[in-house]
Write a protein that binds this ligand. Structure first.
Ligand code: SF4
Ligand code: SF4
Length: 360
């Protein structure tokens, strides 16, 4: 692993199965069926390999990870490997007893996704009746178990005007951390961009609300803010840089540099069943393709920000230009920036509110 960075985090997508149908879901358009999911033993072997590589924490994610009946065994296996375990859940599929069993078997943290601040909005966006009530109940159980809670709120045009209320809800539910994650436009979200894209006014207001809330809630709740970068000046350092600090494994065992990487159809991804994880991380072609700065074209190559944002998001570059090796077109230095911004503004103004829900 000489010269190769040590990954800190593993996103383990245990399954793509989920009762919800969010129109911005980060799972791919082609979802993996249950029959092709990695077995319990295969996942536990992955956790052990990851820990040996230096990974510190695992995000047990999906789909809805509670759709796997062996979630308790997987949690225990990850903990036994020495990993800090974070469960990323929609809350649907977890009973009070199951949550207690997870806590007893080593779960360290819960991250609960919310789609809106009331049942009508949240259940419409998530495409699942009763989801909101279930989530709120789960938040109470998490507090009873003494587990730290992060609330993850994916924001877009149809809920951004209620950001203040979303922050209030997270505080009332006892969250220590709130992720205000503006939708990232690839996969399902790209397909639904006309229904999701926020207006520039909403984005400006949202930024102000987050700044004020951070000040007000200092010491009580931390707020992470994922900005909608197509309306900004520079891109985010997506994943902290391609193949630098984290990796993702899909339900069937494909190893990805980021959870959306399969949207880049010009890359191919190796499987944990075929090659040791450390070898894939260090030498796999999908990992070496955009690691570091050598791959960068201008304007990134000669830019002073290249080790701050690592050229932005490869998936975004591919979605908008058809070439993952281009400068992220949301960057104001990209010659595609004006087109991307104009397209985003037009999509936001199109006023098309109907969702094309995620389906199996
Ligand atoms: S984004 Fe929605 S549909 Fe996708 S896995 Fe999460 S809860 Fe399920
Ligand atoms: S030119 Fe490249 S490195 Fe510079 S700010 Fe834009 S995306 Fe980042």
């Amino acid at each position: 692993m000489n010269g190769v960075p040590i990954p800190m985090a593993l996103l383990a997508e245990l399954t793509h199965r989920c009762p919800l149908k969010c129109p911005y879901c980060s799972n791919p358009l082609e979802l993996t069926r249950r029959s092709n999911e990695l077995s319990t033993a295969a996942w536990i072997d992955v956790f052990q390999q990851a820990a040996a590589m230096g990974v510190l924490h695992v995000h047990l994610s999906g789909g809805e990870p509670a759709s796997r009946r062996d979630l308790e065994d997987l949690t225990e296996g990850a903990r036994a490997a020495g990993l800090y375990t974070n469960l990323i859940t929609s809350g649907v599929g977890l009973t009070r007893d199951r949550l207690k069993a997870l806590a007893d078997r080593g779960l360290d943290h819960v991250q609960l996704s919310v789609q809106g601040v009331d049942a009508e909005t949240a259940d419409r966006i998530g495409g699942f009746k009763g989801g909101f009530e279930t989530k709120m109940r789960l938040a109470g159980w998490v507090a009873e178990e003494g587990l730290p809670l992060t609330v993850n709120a994916v924001m877009h045009r149809q809920n951004l005007d209620r950001l203040d209320e979303t922050i209030g809800m997270a505080v009332r539910r006892g969250a220590r951390r709130l992720e205000v994650a503006n939708t990232q436009y690839h996969g399902w979200a790209y397909r639904n961009r006309f229904a999701l894209m926020p207006t520039p006014d909403q984005v400006r207001r949202g930024g102000r609300i987050v700044a004020e809330a951070r000040e007000r809630l200092k010491g009580e709740m931390v707020i992470d803010y994922v900005t909608p970068d197509h309306l900004g000046t520079y891109p985010k350092p997506c994943m902290g840089g391609w193949a630098r600090i984290g990796l993702c494994i899909t339900p069937r065992g494909a190893v990805l540099p980021c959870h959306a990487a399969e949207t880049i159809t010009t890359l191919s991804f190796e499987n944990v069943a075929d090659r040791p994880l450390a070898d894939i991380w260090a030498n796999g072609p999908a990992f070496t393709a955009y690691r570091g700065t050598d791959w960068m074209p201008d304007p990134c190559r000669s830019c002073e920000r290249k080790t701050r944002d690592w050229g932005g998001c490869r998936c975004q570059a591919f979605a908008w230009t058809g070439d993952a090796g281009q400068t992220d077109p949301v960057c104001s230095k990209s010659d595609r920036h004006a087109d991307v911004r104009a397209a985003a503004v037009a999509e936001a103004q199109a006023g098309a509110d109907a969702f094309d829900y995620r389906t199996f």
